[in-house]
Ligand binder design. Structure first.
Ligand code: PEP
Length: 246
């Protein structure tokens, strides 16, 4: 299956950075992988209007369609301005916004209701890895934060070890292989053979220098990229590696 590389801009970027998205978009004319950029909400509309090849994603949404929820945005509103992907359950939201597995599940269902694809993030902390709890944490997160209907069209899983996000630390190849293989096994046993085609992204300090090796690991179907997605030249190195690894 072709790879998906999604850039998570977090709370970075201003209107001038649409030019970076346009550079990435131009490059995507020539490559063989799916590319998405998830900028902050205020940039979504312009990013979508000014690009042709890449997809646009959002970083979170509310569980409801509308209502008295000051400061919130629904999945439907995000789709209306061009979002095709919506991140849910990023570890920064689990940690800083108290998003439990149950909230992540409700948000995933809201994304499905809107017609967008949910990129559901899961991953262990350093403490959990040291205590050899990685696979049980992943299992619990998938059991409790995935909706009852998961298909290759409505869901992408992002395996992001919390300790690898923004730290420059990357797990050993075997550790990534084991986690992705476990996630694939869970998906297929829970959702059936179709789940062989659900994309599983790796996220955590992916850069141009390590992308090729990460993309060669079995069941790594792409990457979720934070820091290295903010500069077009860095991100283009990663999407080039993904395109070459098909
Ligand atoms: C992320 O924020 O999802 C992420 C993977 O960040 P970074 O690539 O900077 O580690």
């Amino acid at each position: 299956m072709s790879k998906l590389v999604a850039g998570n801009w977090k709370m970075f970027g201003d209107i001038n950075m649409i030019s970076e998205i346009k550079k990435i978009d131009q490059h995507c004319n020539e490559i063989d992988c799916e590319v998405a950029i998830c900028p902050p909400f205020p940039l979504l509309f312009s990013a979508n209007e000014q690009t042709e090849n890449i997809k646009i994603g959002a970083q979170s949404c509310h569980v409801n369609i509308n209502g008295a929820h000051t400061g919130e945005v629904s999945a439907e509103m995000l789709v209306e301005v061009g979002a095709q992907f919506i991140l849910v359950g990023h570890s920064e939201r689990r940690q800083n916004n108290n998003e439990t597995n149950n909230v992540v599940k409700l948000k995933s269902e809201a994304v499905h209701r809107s017609g967008a694809t949910a990129i559901v993030c899961i991953g262990e902390t350093l403490e959990e890895r040291k205590e050899e709890k990685t696979l049980s944490v992943l299992q619990e997160q998938m059991l409790s934060s995935l909706p009852t209907k998961v298909t290759p069209q409505n869901t992408v899983i992002a395996y992001e070890p919390v300790w690898a996000i923004g730290t420059g630390l990357v797990p050993e190849t075997d550790q990534i292989r084991a986690a992705h293989s476990f996630i694939r096994g869970f998906l297929v046993s829970t959702y059936g053979a179709e789940a062989h085609n659900v994309k599983i992204l790796y996220g955590g300090s992916v850069k141009g220098s390590n992308a090729k090796e990460i993309f060669s690991i079995a069941n790594v179907n792409g990457a979720l990229v934070g820091g290295a997605s903010l500069k077009s030249s860095d991100f283009i190195e990663i999407i080039t590696a993904a395109s070459n690894s098909v």
